[in-house]
Design a protein around this ligand. Structure first.
Ligand SMILES: Nc1ncnc2c1ncn2[C@@H]1O[C@H](COP(=O)(O)OP(=O)(O)OP(=O)(O)O)[C@@H](O)[C@H]1O
Length: 298
């Protein structure tokens, strides 16, 4: 893939609560030195889809750089889906789940090099209850953690640690029916994960089998609160007790909550309680610029 000739830079001015002036100036100076055309669009949180679609039509970029958190990245990926454009990530959020999975650094200067670079990978998406998910969504334990952290007053690592403890003390079991391409299973669950990727933005590996571009996703269910198996799961162990943790590889899935609703999150965004989640894979929905080491990694 040749280097880009026309670059649209989409910047979310509020993402990550950091000033983006230096980042934008850096890319403007690269446009001059590397000889590509650059257009900059700052999101307003209201008319972004329409404005970006218009810009894609008028400017015809071959690369779209996204400076924002996972929310902005998902929103732009949804717009770029199926178009002959490569997305480059400039992760500025608090978790940056997709970027972490692609091996893209939190250092913005490094991520600019990668986003404008020649190494490209394909990316599957997941359509989940009508929303696009790119890396990890779940029902139960972790969705409760996302909710508690959003509602908590302390931010950063300490706030997160505090909410982990609170969430573990509040956890409960819920009964689910899981239907995949090949089977239907009824079980108790403490967490049901829909995983396109391998790890959460924190770096916790939850799905060692994950592959962002294999046309499939995994449904992982922890059938009871077993601290040892959960610890092994989040440490990325592959030898889990099949009585406690089960993994299904599939292209479609339906999770029905049979006795009570379960809390649900998509890529770190809390979605509220649900009775049912329906998901299917969107194979190869997008191409994305990656570090050389990630290119071709399946
Ligand atoms: N100019 C703006 N003013 C207010 N909100 C905006 C603006 N531009 C985009 N948004 C909103 O920002 C949200 C996406 O934020 P994003 O997740 O990218 O960053 P973040 O919240 O800092 O990251 P993280 O969730 O990882 O902490 C969307 O809800 C979008 O509507």
């Amino acid at each position: 893939m040749p280097f880009p000739k026309k670059v649209l830079l989409v910047v979310n001015p509020i993402a990550g609560d950091v000033d983006k002036t230096e980042l934008i100036e850096n890319i403007e100076s690269k446009a001059k030195s590397q000889g590509f055309d650059l257009a900059v669009y700052r999101t307003d949180g209201e008319n972004d889809r329409q404005a970006i679609e218009q810009s894609l039509q008028d400017f015809q970029p071959d690369r779209v750089l996204v400076a924002g958190g996972d929310g902005t990245i998902n929103q732009i990926a949804d717009i770029l889906q199926g178009k002959p454009v490569t997305m480059g990530l400039l992760p500025l959020g608090s978790a940056n789940g997709l970027a972490t999975n692609l091996g893209i650094s939190g250092d913005w200067q490094e991520s600019v090099e990668v986003a404008l670079g020649e190494h490209i990978s394909c990316l599957d998406g997941m359509m989940i209850n009508g929303h696009l998910g790119l890396h990890l969504s779940d029902l139960g334990l972790n969705a409760r953690l996302v909710k508690n952290y959003e509602e908590g007053e302390v931010r950063g690592k300490w706030g997160y640690a505090k909410e982990v403890i609170r969430t573990l003390s509040e956890h409960d079991l819920f009964r689910v029916r899981i239907t995949t391409d090949t089977e239907t299973v009824e079980t108790d669950a403490t967490i049901v994960i829909l995983a396109n990727a391998t790890m959460y933005g924190t770096g916790v590996v939850i799905n060692p089998e994950g592959n962002l571009c294999d046309g499939k996703f995994e449904v992982i269910v922890a059938t009871r609160f077993d601290i040892i198996e959960l610890a092994k799961l989040i440490a990325g162990a592959t030898e889990l007790d099949p009585e406690v943790v089960r993994t299904f590889c599939t292209t479609h899935a339906e999770i029905e909550c049979l006795e009570q609703q379960a809390l649900f999150q998509i890529d770190g965004e809390f979605m509220g309680p649900v009775d049912r989640v329906k998901a299917h894979i969107l194979p190869n929905m997008l191409s994305v610029a990656v570090p050389a080491v990630t290119e071709g990694v399946k």
